[in-house]
Design a protein around this ligand. Structure first.
Ligand SMILES: Cc1cc2nc3c(=O)[nH]c(=O)nc-3n(C[C@H](O)[C@H](O)[C@H](O)COP(=O)(O)OP(=O)(O)OC[C@H]3O[C@@H](n4cnc5c(N)ncnc54)[C@H](O)[C@@H]3O)c2cc1C
Length: 259
């Protein structure tokens, strides 16, 4: 239950509120998740007046404030194809107009196409504490609640040369059953993320021309350590089709190589 609402006008005020011992005080992005929280009395710090809602490009990097809404990403001219598609598939348009990058980073699970895409883009996360930005993958590989700060101020990533997103769902507007995000840079580095189950999307990196085959081998192994065992047989088969479809040139594989 929300017992206090604050809308600070600068980061210092926000930090002061978030550092209070009592009542429990947390940041609020769009509030789509937090407004449904009923367990304990909670004070919220609405971040909308802090100017964290900008998207900028600086040489080959894209910077986004944590208050950028998912729909802003969908509509931004020239946004990386994979990111725009994944943001659009995260949820319906009403929620996309409200939900923020910061909220998605804190709450997204293995079914989140948007979080999957941020992992594929090798996003760095910036905190109000001013510490060095943290790799999203490193942060997600540990306990996400043990974060380096109380407030995410933004993210950035090196703009990929190619990126894309594919999913399979019951209908075009239904939540994806499985999805794949793909990004490739001029250096030849490739990152592929798949999701549809578990606590986080699964990342695969490499520069090998046989990356598709490597992923198929990994998928077929159904390792319990990377959470793939939580995928149903149908999801596993569907993922193979998506991975095959999304990678231009199919990683130099012939159809007969696909297990
Ligand atoms: C009906 C519904 C269904 C959903 N289903 C799914 C689903 O299946 N899978 C999935 O992954 N997501 C799901 N979501 C989550 C949602 O789509 C996104 O996670 C969304 O981006 C939340 O953003 P928000 O800004 O509204 O978050 P808020 O409600 O504002 O905040 C969510 C959490 O993030 C914290 N937070 C917000 N901003 C910051 C910040 N800048 N710094 C630090 N902490 C911050 C808050 O303190 C809170 O703990 C669902 C949401 C709704 C409403």
């Amino acid at each position: 239950m929300i017992i206090e609402y604050h809308r600070p006008e600068n980061l210092e005020q926000a930090k002061r509120l978030l550092n209070r011992k009592s009542p429990i005080t947390v940041p609020m992005g769009g509030g789509t998740v937090i407004s449904r929280y009923n367990e304990k009395p909670l004070a919220v710090v609405d971040l909308q007046a802090l100017g964290l809602n900008k998207i900028t490009f600086d040489s080959d990097r894209c910077h986004m404030g944590s208050m950028v809404r998912l729909q802003d990403i969908v509509e931004y001219p020239g946004m990386s194809t994979g990111l725009a598609k994944a943001a659009r598939r995260e949820t319906n348009i009403n929620l996309r107009r409200v939900a923020t990058v910061g909220g998605a980073l804190m709450t997204g699970d293995g079914k989140s196409p948007f979080l999957g895409c941020l992992l594929a883009l090798d996003v760095r996360v910036f905190w109000e504490s001013g510490t060095k930005p943290v790799s999203l993958n490193d942060w997600m590989s540990s306990d996400r609640l043990k974060s380096p700060g109380k407030l995410i101020t933004g993210i950035d990533f090196s703009v990929p040369h190619e990126s894309d997103y594919e999913d399979i769902a019951r209908s075009p507007e239904d939540k994806p059953i499985v999805f794949v995000n793909y990004a490739k840079w001029k250096t030849g580095d490739i990152r592929i993320v798949y999701g549809g189950s578990g606590t986080r999307p699964i990342l695969h990196t490499g520069g090998s021309p046989n990356i598709v085959k490597e992923i198929f081998n990994r998928v077929t192994r159904s390792s319990t350590t990377d959470g793939f065992s939580t995928y149903t047989d149908y999801q596993q088969s569907a993922l193979k089709i998506l991975i095959d479809r999304i990678i231009p040139g199919n990683g130099n594989m012939n159809e007969k190589d696909i297990p």
